[in-house]
Design a protein around this ligand. Structure first.
Ligand code: ADP
Length: 237
């Protein structure tokens, strides 16, 4: 079972119907991601990157095809079932950080675990501190997001994404709101997490954000049109 893909998409389809107009955002998209991979998905605006990430993150469901996450078919689960799996298996890093402004750094990072039954508050706080140590932000436990720079907020968001020990981290333009210095810090952090074994799937249209050693997937019109890693693997084999 160890050779099993972490993510497997088989001929995925996603269409949106708005005012009788149907937009096909994803079409016959097949893709598999193994544990420990760092995948960068690129492509022009409107090619379906965000739609794909929403489906991978169980925020939305496909209109056709199959999605298998960690061995489980999650293509057509109820909203509640998806939320449960999402909370356990997936860490999110968004362009706009998505921290809750009324909560402190520590409370923001603890949040995903507060829904988990049977974990003592003390253990949750200890784990939050450990995750904040990882991103070098544990000296700001009691600060509020507005008191931090954009780069610091994104580091806190990364700590929050890690607290559940997710099987995959999904990052949507994680450097999109950062200057180049902070973008570099965040990218270095993601690379470090990858080197420590995390699986990362990142969507970006910014060529500077593409991790050179990663698997690079290019999308166009809802489909995968290039998969650099597979090409390299074939050349090497
Ligand atoms: P990208 O992230 O690559 O810019 P998106 O996934 O946002 O692309 O969009 C892909 C296509 O699906 C676009 O044509 C977009 O207009 C359409 N689309 C995305 N979300 C919706 C929605 N909620 N309702 C209708 N159309 C949508």
């Amino acid at each position: 079972m160890s050779s099993q893909s972490l993510i497997e998409l088989n001929r995925l389809e996603k269409s949106f119907l708005t005012e009788k107009v149907e937009t096909r955002a994803l079409h016959q998209l097949s893709l598999s991601v193994d544990p420990g991979e760092y995948v960068c998905i690129t492509g022009p605006s409107g090619c379906g990157k965000s739609t794909l990430l929403s489906i991978l993150g169980l925020l939305d469901t496909p209109t056709g095809g199959q999605y298998i996450l960690n061995g489980q078919d999650v293509s057509s689960l109820s909203r509640d079932q998806r939320a449960k799996i999402r909370n356990k298996e997936i860490g999110f890093v968004f362009q706009s950080f998505n921290l809750i402004s009324e909560l402190t750094v520590e409370e923001n990072v603890c949040l995903p675990l507060t829904y988990r039954k049977g974990m003592a508050q003390k253990d949750i706080k200890e784990r939050a501190k450990a995750m904040l140590d990882k991103v070098e932000m544990s000296h700001r436990l009691s600060h509020f997001p507005s008191q931090l720079s954009g780069g610091q907020q994104q580091r806190v968001a990364i700590a929050r994404s890690l607290i559940n020990d997710p099987v995959v981290i999904l990052a949507d333009e994680p450097t999109g709101n950062l200057d180049s210095k902070n973008a570099d810090i965040v990218l270095r952090l993601l690379r470090q997490l990858h080197e420590e074994g995390s699986t990362i799937v990142m969507v970006t249209h910014d060529p500077r954000s593409i991790e050179q050693k990663s698997r690079q997937i290019e999308m166009l019109d809802g489909q995968v049109v290039a998969d650099e890693y597979q090409r390299l693997a074939q050349v090497g084999s």
